[in-house]
Design a protein around this ligand. Structure first.
Ligand SMILES: Nc1ncnc2c1ncn2[C@@H]1O[C@H](COP(=O)(O)OP(=O)(O)O)[C@@H](O)[C@H]1O
Ligand SMILES: [Mg+2]
Length: 255
């Protein structure tokens, strides 16, 4: 498969505190990679480095030509912690803003852009909320809106940072099914804590904890995680995905 992003020896630090240390990682077309790891392990930092939002200390991130052509080729759903309930932006406008990077503001949005937004809202079942303020929504509805914003430009690569935070089980399953459908045409990087559920959907898994360990398959064993200090609950799927609870002592390899 074609390489979309080639990351070589990437080191990222905040105020000289190294958060990602000599990470090398390749993303290929049609990958669906689940990125897991402990809180503070550097998952969000890795995504931000890929998006060019953080300047690395050293290393390279090479994009294939296809991704370089225009910015709308990458859709991003940032990690949401808390949202100001008074934030004065409508659902429609939030999704529309996902097309902003394709535009010169001088020309504004076209009728076809607005039609595309309505199409995405309908696809995600939030068309009735179109004129509501984003802050009035439930967690699940809000994540739908942010997913809408990330996919509205028909990106080639979708980068999602914990889209399953604040969502109910029903939406979580819908979300993963939707991502699986999108993955026919779109490459996906998905940060999540819920490895038990996603192992039925993703194709491979990357553990990020200062270093990055890539697992070619969507099943990794508790032993592999343990040796990596990865306090994640895992981990297998057959016809019914299920989770095996595994607690780790931080910074201990003894299990
Ligand atoms: N803007 C920042 N300034 C300083 N330190 C940061 C900043 N963002 C993240 N960090 C630190 O970098 C480490 C990795 O953070 P992050 O990439 O958000 O981890 P994760 O997404 O895996 O929880 C943490 O120790 C965090 O406190
Ligand atoms: Mg994070």
């Amino acid at each position: 498969m074609n390489i979309l992003i080639d990351i070589k020896n990437l080191t990222v630090a905040y105020n000289s505190k190294v958060v990602l240390d000599d990470v090398s990682f390749t993303v290929r077309q049609n990958d669906f990679i689940g990125i897991i790891g402990p809180n503070g392990g550097g998952k969000t930092t890795l995504l931000k480095a890929i998006l060019g939002l953080i300047e690395p200390v050293s290393g390279e991130i090479c994009f294939c030509d296809e991704l370089n052509k225009k910015r709308g080729n990458i859709g991003y759903l940032p990690q949401v912690n808390k949202f100001d309930s008074k934030f004065p932006m409508s659902v429609f406008d939030v999704v529309l803003s996902g097309l902003a990077s394709n535009k010169s503001l001088k020309y504004g949005f076209l009728k076809k852009d607005k039609n595309r937004v309505n199409e995405v809202l309908a696809q995600l079942g939030i068309e009735k909320q179109s004129h509501k303020s984003i802050g009035e929504l439930s967690g699940g509805q809000m994540q739908r809106v942010f997913l809408g914003r990330a996919i509205v430009s028909n990106p080639k690569l979708l980068i999602l940072d914990e889209p399953d935070t604040f969502v109910d089980n029903q939406f979580e399953n819908e979300l993963y099914k939707k991502l699986k459908d999108l993955n026919e045409n779109v490459t996906i990087l998905l940060v999540t804590h819920d490895v038990g559920t996603i192992s039925a959907y993703v194709k491979s898994i990357a553990c990020v904890n200062r270093e990055l360990h890539y697992h070619q398959s969507n099943i990794i064993t508790p032993e592999q995680l343990a040796s990596y200090n990865c306090p994640i609950k895992l981990i297998t799927h057959g016809s019914v995905p299920h989770t095996v609870l595994q607690t780790h002592q931080p910074h201990s390899n003894k299990h």
